[in-house]
Design a protein around this ligand. Sequence first.
Ligand code: IYR
Length: 226
Amino acid sequence: MGEGDDEPRFAPLVFHELPEDEMRERATAFLDLMDARRTTRHFSAREVPRELIELAIQTASTAPSGAHLQPWTFVAISDPVLKASIRGAAEAEEMRFYEGRVPEAWAEVLEPLGTDHVKEHITDAPWIVVLFRHSQRERPNGEMAPTYYAQESCGIAAGLFVASVHNMGLVTLTHTPSPMSFLRNILGRPDHEHAMLLMPVGYPADDAKVPDLQRKGLEDVSEFHE
Ligand code: IYR
């Protein structure tokens, strides 16, 4: 396989087999770590170095993606003026949602979360990271072409981002202002990029609260056929 031909190029897989006991220990430790993660809406204004945000984005970007197109852009914002303008636009959308557009069945499941149109987390947190999903890519010849499974790919990337933030000892929130198209305009992203999640990242506020929730057990989220 020479330079410039169309053959797929492969490299050997780097794989280190572990003893089964160690697999179990590591899997249990990771479960314990992730089970201790909570989503909070209450952030401290304490600063977080940009490098930590970069590390979380790089971790997210290791996600598998359709045809390895990595159809995502993470826009990280610490600029207080920009955060304030995003908060203003998000609250205007949310006001319309909570004061009319929210269907009754949706309001029923939101009630235990105690959410409303006030989005303090957008200006309290030192960083907000907006995940944009690419519905198209630019081909080498300059034409636009589709991406594949971008929704799934970005969902996995977001999961890795959340895990990275938790693992480094900070907190985040997967906020979904709806509709989110205002973020493309404010952040000057192109038309084929679609805001998917707004994730404040930082330390929790000293008096941070979380909803009193339980996670479903294994038997409620799985089925095995052996
Ligand atoms: N986007 C609104 C409503 C909302 C929707 C879901 I689904 C949540 O889990 C939480 C909130 C808001 O952010 O308030």
